[in-house]
Design a protein around this ligand. Structure first.
Ligand SMILES: [Zn+2]
Length: 154
């Protein structure tokens, strides 16, 4: 059940007063602070190289941002897309904006691989329970993405 079925709780998430990102002051698992977004990555992920860009200002929908804010956010999306692509060698990236659970604007960046278990559709993170990284895999992936991000034109 989505939290939007509880109007009072949903209102607090949407207006930011009970938004966990805003209360924390930074996105969970932030690995880089970009122009308009925090780039987050965690070892527990639905796919190797998965990353999430979280707006540094509270907004529910993309159109809640000013044009200038949205342009800056999309510059970060573009940079991250290129960096994740270069770092992972993915055959395709899926970029998704939902916010059904947490209505603080964020973009999921899902690398797609030949033979991945969701090959014929979108990735369903609820169907992934096993680790996607082994050994130092997560630290190495994070390092590759950060290095690729540094080489991207801003
Ligand atoms: Zn927020």
């Amino acid at each position: 059940m989505s939290r939007w079925n509880d109007p009072a709780a949903w209102r607090g998430l949407c207006d930011g007063s009970s938004c966990p990102v805003c209360l924390r002051g930074i996105a969970l698992d932030t690995i880089a602070t970009m122009e308009a977004a925090w780039l987050a990555m965690a070892e527990r992920a639905p796919m190797p190289g998965y990353a999430c860009l979280v707006s540094r200002v509270h907004a529910v929908e993309l159109h809640d941002l000013t044009v200038a804010q949205a342009e800056a956010f999309m510059r970060d999306v573009r940079r991250t897309s290129a960096a994740v692509s270069a770092a992972t060698g993915a055959v395709k990236l899926n970029l998704e904006i939902h916010g059904n659970t947490l209505p603080h604007l964020h973009v999921h960046v899902f690398p797609r691989y030949i033979g991945d278990r969701f090959e014929r559709g979108p990735i369903d993170p609820s169907q992934v329970s096993e680790p996607v990284y082994t050994g130092n895999g997560f630290a190495e992936m994070r390092h590759r993405i950060l290095r690729a991000l540094e080489s991207e034109v801003t």
